[in-house]
Ligand binder design. Sequence first.
Ligand SMILES: Nc1ncnc2c1ncn2[C@@H]1O[C@H](COP(=O)(O)OP(=O)(O)OP(=O)(O)O)[C@@H](O)[C@H]1O
Ligand SMILES: [Mg+2]
Length: 504
Amino acid sequence: MPEADQTDAPLLEVRKVSKRFPGVRALHEVNLHLGRGEVLAVIGENGAGKSTLMKILAGVQEPDDGGIYVDGVLARLDSVEAAMDHGISLIHQELNLADNLDVGANIFLGREPLKRGFIDRAKIRIEAARYLSMVGLDVSPDTIVGELTIGHQQMVEIAKALSVDSRVLIMDEPTSSLSTKETQSLFKVVKDLRSEGMSVIYISHRLGEVKELADRVTVLRDGENAGELARDGVSHDAMVKMMVGRDISQFYSRTQHKPGEVMLEVEGLRTPVHPAHPLSFQVRAGEIVGMAGLVGAGRTEMLQTLFGVTPALEGRIRVAGREVTPREPVDAIELGMMLAPEDRKQQGLVLGMSVRDNLSLASLYRDSSRGFLNRTREGEISAEMIAKMRVKTPNEHQIVQFLSGGNQQKVVLGKWLAMEPKVLLLDEPTRGIDVGAKQEIYRLMEELAGRGVAILFVSSEMEEVMGMSDRTLVMHEGRITGELRRDELSEESIMRLATGSNHN
Ligand SMILES: Nc1ncnc2c1ncn2[C@@H]1O[C@H](COP(=O)(O)OP(=O)(O)OP(=O)(O)O)[C@@H](O)[C@H]1O
Ligand SMILES: [Mg+2]
């Protein structure tokens, strides 16, 4: 075994790692190195190979070729435990918690502290509370994880990773479902950890975050190294160019359409989550209405009630003039109202089915409800959507589970776009989506609005809300605290309403 040079060798080094899946070259001779106390950002388009590389570092998958060196010594990372023994832990892109267990149990899952042979619940509670406060999450360790918002679940994952003594913390899109405030507290945690000598690999499609956090940026494109940027050279344009190999300008291009008739009318809608606050608003044909607010403001619950996932307690919903009380999604779908949900894993996709079947599921329902099931049409829809959304897949028969996170999201959206909705509800439509594809989705929203579709979209990305909406509704703790016209939109005006500072 070669002598380790403790001072010169990087903490972690990836040398010529390759990985193939059937029909896919996920990584090809990729190199990467990470120093002590360094925050390295890894960026690239959807399907570039980021998550695959991270899974290899964390012992979830093994490379076909190449080696990983820790402190200059070849490391065998053939299991998650082996990687943890080397001090490497990964926070997955798709959350990985046990929904039915409480927060404390999740943090210490498989490593429960014992007292006289029994699990020491008191200790779990105390220790868990300590890690929760490190990530700034104000929930009790006794809370059942399934009852938390995705944003809060993400924070639990981070607390869990902190509780394992890690030297390398890998975060695969940790902020994609966090609010601005939660993101800020996460950044603080990352910066604190860095100053204590922790090394961090940070993956994000939000280039502003990368700019703020990263000491260095490594770019992957189609499974290969595409280049590297030192801290001084990190700019939005430089990153985009390296990722997609072209300039992307004109990010948000909005044409204001003359709003048509009211397509969605909501009156006195009370949801089970915030029963005290009846909601009323309208969206017209050709309008794109943004729904801003902090994570937990009740926006997702509102959309799910409109769509019949969790039926309303009271209130009136009219879609294109027809009154509906959605008890289940088909009731909404029948009138032409579709929801592309935030949680694609649970509600948006059948992971074990092919891209084609997922894309045509919803439209099949529409076609068969007219009395036929059209295989040819199914093929056309799927080919069209794969092309339109630029879904990276070897072919339409690939099982959705094997697509990268962002490409799964594109399939969810494509499925509903294929339905030709009258009212389209989008919950965080670009979560986890790369810059190029984001622009594509904005273009599609614009195109649909131009054809008279009424679009209501929830987004926690301030920039996106400001860039895309004709009108913005802001929610705070279950109520609509205000409405802003396009010319009234600013970060301050949104934040004031989102934090409820003009209510008490
Ligand atoms: N288990 C698997 N089986 C088959 N193909 C896979 C598997 N895991 C990943 N892939 C493919 O490998 C490629 C790289 O995927 P990866 O998840 O690493 O991308 P990514 O850079 O993380 O993308 P995103 O930004 O969308 O998360 C993709 O084409 C993906 O479909
Ligand atoms: Mg990924």
